[in-house]
Structures are given as structure tokens and as C-alpha cells.
Design a protein around this ligand. Structure first.
Ligand code: SF4
Ligand code: SF4
Length: 332
């Protein structure tokens, strides 16, 4: 499949899909390892190929304010335009089409058929590895899914250029975007990418009015400084609004990192800082009483109690409003 968003040059070509803007010589691939210069044409090598396909609880994405309690058909392929030191999915994110043995190949229409096989399924999520790097396949699925009335959800690191994002947003309903830290140094050293383009993505999604939730994996000694974290929550409040949903996720050692897991007290401390600015903050990847429940931003009533991916509705109408004060809390 020929890729979108690239330009041919005299002896090579340049991919314009993400802010790396890779210049790719004949036969080579970009940083993501899945977009190749094949005879002067940029090929999206993984089109149609999946590493994982599951019906997941939507809470697992994580999305807490978008169709809570439903499932979503979740697709993953391979490759990534970042190289995070503690990637939980490194076996699929840090590999290439040459090295990886795919188990499933599905046409978009087969995926739509599968989506319709479960009544409680709300749509399709593009997740597990970074979906930006399989942009064309995602778009080819998202279009018919949208036309069939399904919701499309992108779970992403947000490292995508403006033009492809705008094209994608015609069909996407909700995003969970990682905001992995808040310094240029952290992004460069930990992910091999830059912070500023991620912030631009967040502003564009907010401006387009799409449902947006953020995830920050809290890594001891790397991005857990209270001052830096306060700066991040101030930025979210000022640029995206105080009702922006923020998930603080507990780090566990994996891939290239063996630092001990994030202490619960640190998660509690950062939760407290974030709550001074933001109405909806959650702690995940660990069970901590009350820190994953949803309270109405206006009156404080508890509207959803969570236990892992299990949810119990309280004081919540079927339209997603608080039954005490009528505030819209949830999309459902
Ligand atoms: S999508 Fe891949 S090839 Fe294209 S610019 Fe980004 S990392 Fe490079
Ligand atoms: S952006 Fe996500 S998939 Fe990519 S390396 Fe980082 S954690 Fe892994």
C-alpha cells in the first residue's frame, strides 16, 4: 500500500506523517521501521496486518468518560515513532515488518463485520502500538466504521503532524493521548521525540471538540518532580480546560528500565496537585481506594465507582448527567 503524506526528492523521499520528517533513502525505513522507500514510493508496510485484536473494556484504553461499561474492538499492529525506555508493548512497538510474524491479516470490511458481532461493542479502537505509523490502515477502517455508526477511538502518543491529524479527525470520536512528561529533555532522552508537537496535537484535538483524555505514566525519578508536574497541570488547565480528564498511571519495570514501581504515596501526592486545577483526575495501574471514582465537577456527587475495569453507576442518568445537579459528566 502506498503511504500518504510524503514527498519525493531527487535521490530519496521524505515522510511528512509525523514530526520526525524522516528522509528515507532507497530501500530504507523511517524511525518507526514500518514505512519504507520501495523504488521511490513510500510504502506503508503493515497495511492489513494486526499484532492483536480483542474486545476490551473501554476503561482499559483508558477512557473513563466515554461510554463507560461498554467494550470496544481494539486493534494493534507494529512499529512506533517513539522509543520509550519502559514501553510495555516493546515486542510490537520496537520491531519491523521483516522481523515480526503477523498472525492476523484482515480487510477493513472484515473488521466492521467483527465489530458488529458483539451487541455491547461501541466501535473500534486503534491502540497497543502507535497507530499513527499505520495511518492508512487506520483511516481505511475508521471511514466505514464511522459510516456504520461506530465510534472510533485513537490511543496515541500524539506525535503526528497537523495535516494527517486533521484528516483523521473527520472520523475519530475520542482520543487518549499520552502526555509523558513536561520537559523537552525528558521527551528527548526518554522517548527519542519532542514535547512541543505533542502539545500542538492536544490543542488541535481540543479545538476540534473531540473527546479527549490524557495519560501520564509516572516514573520514579524521571517525571515525578512535583514542581514540573504542577507546571504540566497548569498548562492543561490553561490550554485544554479544567474539565480535561487526566489519568496518572503507575509505572512497573519493563523493557529497558528496572527502577522499582511508582510508590503509591507519590501517586497520591501528584493526584493532589492535579486536583487543585483539574476536576477529573484518576490513578490507574493500581487499586487505590476512591482515586479512580468519578465525581461530578459541579456538585461533587460520586457518579461512578470503579474497581479495576468494573464500574458501578451511582447518581448518573442514562444521558450521562449527574442526577443531583444535571451537570454533563459522561458521554454515553
Ligand atoms: S511516520 Fe515513521 S517514517 Fe514517517 S516521519 Fe514518522 S517516524 Fe519517520
Ligand atoms: S509511544 Fe507507546 S508504544 Fe511507542 S514506545 Fe512509547 S510506550 Fe511504547
Amino acid at each position: 500500500m502506498e503511504a500518504l503524506f510524503y514527498k519525493k526528492r531527487e535521490d530519496d523521499l521524505q515522510c511528512l506523517l509525523c514530526p520526525h520528517h524522516c528522509v528515507i533513502p532507497a530501500g530504507g525505513t523511517g524511525v518507526c521501521m514500518v514505512r519504507r522507500n520501495a523504488g521511490g514510493i513510500l510504502k506503508a508496510e503493515t497495511w492489513g496486518n494486526l499484532s492483536a485484536i480483542n474486545f476490551d473494556p473501554i476503561e482499559k484504553k483508558p477512557l473513563y468518560h466515554f461510554y463507560p461499561g461498554k467494550v470496544i474492538l481494539s486493534l494493534g499492529s507494529i512499529g512506533c515513532n517513539m522509543s520509550c525506555q519502559c514501553c510495555q508493548n516493546w515486542q510490537i512497538s520496537q520491531t519491523s515488518a521483516t522481523d515480526y510474524h503477523f498472525t492476523r491479516s484482515l480487510e477493513p470490511e472484515e473488521i466492521i463485520r467483527l465489530a458488529s458481532s458483539r451487541n455491547e461493542n461501541v466501535g473500534v479502537a486503534y491502540t497497543y502500538n502507535e497507530p499513527t505509523v499505520w495511518f492508512e490502515y487506520m483511516l481505511d477502517i475508521a471511514r466505514p466504521a464511522h459510516a456504520s455508526g461506530y465510534k472510533n477511538v485513537m490511543v496515541s502518543n500524539g506525535y503526528i503532524n497537523k495535516d494527517p491529524l486533521i484528516e483523521l479527525m473527520q472520523y475519530m470520536d475520542a482520543f487518549n493521548i499520552d502526555l509523558k512528561g513536561f520537559t523537552k529533555d525528558f521527551y528527548r532522552k526518554f522517548t527519542g521525540a519532542r514535547l512541543v508537537p505533542v502539545l500542538q496535537t492536544l490543542r488541535l484535538i481540543r479545538k476540534a471538540g473531540k473527546h479527549l483524555e490524557l495519560t501520564c505514566l509516572v516514573i520514579p525519578g524521571m517525571n515525578d518532580d512535583p514542581g514540573g508536574f504542577r507546571d504540566m497541570t497548569r498548562w492543561i488547565d490553561a490550554e485544554l480546560g479544567p474539565e480535561t480528564i487526566l489519568h496518572l498511571s503507575r509505572y512497573h519495570p519493563t523493557y529497558r528500565m528496572d527502577t522499582a514501581p511508582t510508590p503509591p504515596a507519590k501517586l497520591e501526592e501528584l493526584y493532589g496537585i492535579a486536583r487543585t486545577k483539574l476536576s477529573y483526575v484518576y490513578v490507574g495501574n493500581i487499586l487505590m481506594k476512591d482515586l479512580s471514582d468519578t465525581r461530578c465537577s459541579k456538585c461533587g456527587a460520586t457518579v461512578i465507582v470503579r474497581n479495576g475495569y468494573q464500574i458501578k453507576r451511582q447518581s448518573l442518568t442514562h444521558k450521562g448527567t449527574c442526577s443531583h445537579c444535571g451537570n454533563q459528566v459522561i458521554i454515553c
